[in-house]
Design a protein around this ligand. Sequence first.
Ligand code: HEM
Length: 428
Amino acid sequence: MSVEVPVPVPVDLDEVDLSDRDWWVRPPAERHAAFDRLRRERPFAFFAEPEIPGIPTGPGYRAVTRYADLEAISSQPALFCSGKGAVSMQDIPAELHEFYGSLISMDDPRHAKIRRIVSKTFTPRMLERTLDSVRAVVDDVLAAARRTAEAGDGTIDVVADIAAPIPLRVICDMMGIPEEDRPGVLNRSNIILSGGDPELIEDGDPLTAFLTAGMEMAALMERLAAERLEQPREDLTTALVTTEVDGEKLSHQEIASFFILLLVAGNETTRNALSQGLLALAEHPDQRARWAADPGLDRTAVEEVVRWVSPVTWMRRTATRDGELNGHRFSAGDKFLLFYAAANRDPEAFRDPQVFDVGRDPNPHVGFGSKGPHFCLGAHLARRELAVAFRAMFDQLPDLEVTGPPDRLRSSFVNGLKRLPARLTGVR
Ligand code: HEM
């Protein structure tokens, strides 16, 4: 296969447009070369917002690429808020970004309250049961992938056959989504997360497809929430409809919006950590052999996969007043995109940041977010899913060979793969 090992490549910063989704399908070597120069030469580089039909185009944003700047912004939520929108470059209407972002696009005290309700439902018992089920889901998915290869010419698509179904099934099991609704959940989640990638929007314009997918997802969750009030079950949906903090419960709409966040934050991210973790191992066979031979490396290797891939490329913050940060003056209303993918390769924070090292320790990556109130609520679950899945792949699919190259998602927000061809060499 053609390998994509990051090597220094010349890059013209005036040609770099982080808002252009087509820029993100270029080889990662180019992306990281641009980040290197942005960190050194233009640490708060300005970019214009892309135009979206139906949404007013705003004043643009600053791209935060240095680890220290990103940490400083993330850890001062009163000065750099999320409530003006955390997952879009544009100032979309508040109801819309809250609906699609749930607590990720809220500020305290509302954020803290909703997060307390949600955290209360991620009880140790609930989490333990989910974690136990991860192994069964992984075994099942890997066995199905082998059957697919055997039924055909030995080839599989890592994304469709392994990386997508594992986190989707884990989240649907957690929420108690019926089997028959799951294909629809996958399709709608793809549309919501596609970043407008034309391949995933079959007809109509991206904004309408996005809104329709959100409304259909909300309708499904409203139905399930109503069913659980009648007949409680041992699932997260039941916990979400019944849990109270200070006498307040989540509305059905809030549950629907949280479910969309779970799919977005917990499904696509883990999917891309899996697929691109496998790609990184194919590109670094020494690291693959080292990890496969030593389960003691599972902890550090999973962290390194998350640093290397940085499945969430950025989150946004907006300045609430005028101020100065590390020599940069800013005004109230200025937008900052926190480029986790860039901070995760900052030589000020990581020794040899362009080296993929499954034993890296310490590894203070910001793949799950940096310091601050929005740190990933599912990091524990994601780590478990990744550790179980990679170990099981080493054991059950030792003959898996990536035949690449990957087909990249046209999105600046999610570092995603649409397809990653592979074959099981033991099949034929
Ligand atoms: C490799 C997998 C994952 C990655 C890379 C990831 C990354 C992130 C990032 C970057 C944030 C934003 C942090 C910030 O704004 O400061 C976040 C927030 C969040 N994540 Fe994850 N995530 C992953 C898996 C999961 C899973 C499995 C779940 C749940 C099932 C989940 C649920 C959430 C939630 C609910 C939030 C919002 C927290 C808040 O705003 O208070 N994530 N995640």
